[in-house]
Design a protein around this ligand. Structure first.
Ligand SMILES: Cc1cc2nc3c(=O)[nH]c(=O)nc-3n(C[C@H](O)[C@H](O)[C@H](O)COP(=O)(O)O)c2cc1C
Length: 178
């Protein structure tokens, strides 16, 4: 039996104090011992997607290989102007033809200071993920609203309900992997 499960966690925000990245850090902390949640950094190092590009680009190859090697992927995204931030959409566009997300189990989260929790970005992300052929289990998506009331001054998630919701998302993802 496989010993460890590797989950790649991708934040749609480049902000150093990102609430989305903090959510992914919280998921890494609550994950079972045999589950490694690795946060991928450097989406801003990916070039703008161009379908005519045929040369091998190290940042793109590295990104694709990380996804390929993972058992599952968690996305957490802000909502920018009712959509997914360009940096995340750009990263996903690099995976369309190479297919690393095809049949991959994924979870999708959106986080916002607004009550809506960035639900429009989440819906848009889910649509894109479906175009990429991902396996999105039931209960593996979550919009988290009013995030500022759910973290402490260090960005650590302190709201018990939010932690329970994150556990449920992780459980749904792990069940679909196993
Ligand atoms: C350019 C821009 C557009 C935004 N548009 C939205 C929006 O449409 N809906 C929303 O809920 N929040 C919006 N926000 C606020 C973000 O939800 C907020 O900045 C959030 O904390 C970003 O997540 P992060 O902390 O992980 O970067 C926007 C923020 C920026 C900078």
């Amino acid at each position: 039996m496989k010993q460890n499960t590797t989950i790649i966690a991708i934040s749609g925000s480049l902000k150093s104090t990102s609430a989305n990245t903090n959510i992914l850090r919280a998921m890494a902390k609550i994950a079972p011992e045999n589950v490694i949640v690795k946060i991928v950094e450097g989406l801003d190092q990916l070039p703008h997607f161009n379908p005519e590009t045929s040369e091998e680009m190290p940042a793109v190859t590295h990104f694709r290989n990380q996804i390929k090697a993972a058992d599952g992927v968690i996305f957490s995204t802000p909502e920018y102007a009712f959509g997914v931030p360009g940096v995340l959409k750009n990263a996903l566009d690099w995976l369309v033809s190479s297919g690393e997300l095809n049949d991959k189990s994924v979870a999708a989260i959106s986080v916002s200071p607004m009550h809506t929790g960035g639900d429009k970005a989440l819906a848009s992300l889910m649509l894109t993920l479906s175009a990429l052929g991902t396996n999105t289990p039931q209960n593996s998506s979550l919009a988290i609203g009013t995030i500022k009331s759910k973290v402490n001054e260090l960005g650590v998630i302190t709201n018990p309900e939010t932690l329970q919701e994150l556990k449920a998302v992780l459980t749904a993802l792990l069940e679909s992997i196993n």
